[in-house]
Design a protein. Structure first.
Length: 145
């Protein structure tokens, strides 16, 4: 058996990486909607949501960009079986943590969105952590190079 065949990534790995690439592409779409919101769309938001949007600092928006773009790049690198995926996904996770720090501790987003507003941030954190773990596992199993 060749060295390459001995360390071939399992099918599930590629499927999971592809599904999580789609997840992160949806995150990029959410980011783009957020940063390109027209004045008319902004004015149509409920007052509390509009205030939340208008008061989001640049560093939180930048963290959002790092999180989603890093997630996309990291997933592409996983699909290409590159070790660099781990570092990129760690940077993405750092972006997620900074963004969620803003949501949990700086803004009043949970007052605005209520308890249901916790579901998506928790999912984002869990998936970002899972991606870092997956990249580390792939490297350890030598599915990436």
């Amino acid at each position: 058996m060749s060295d390459q065949a001995a360390h071939k990534a399992p099918t599930w790995f590629m499927v999971v990486a592809a599904v999580l690439l789609i997840w992160n592409l949806l995150g990029v779409m959410a980011y783009l909607i957020n940063v390109t919101m027209s004045p008319e769309a902004l004015a149509a938001l409920p007052e509390a949501q509009r205030q939340l949007y208008e008061n989001t600092p640049t560093w939180a928006t930048a963290a959002f960009a790092v999180a989603v773009n890093g997630g996309v790049l990291g997933c592409v690198l996983l699909l290409l079986k590159k070790n660099l995926a781990g570092l990129v996904l760690q940077l993405s996770l750092a972006g997620v943590f900074v963004q969620m720090f803003h949501s949990f501790f700086v803004s009043n987003s949970f007052e605005v969105f209520g308890p249901g507003g916790l579901v998506m941030p928790i999912m984002v954190i869990v998936i970002a952590i899972f991606l870092v773990w997956l990249a580390a596992r792939a490297k350890m199993r030598r599915w990436t190079s």
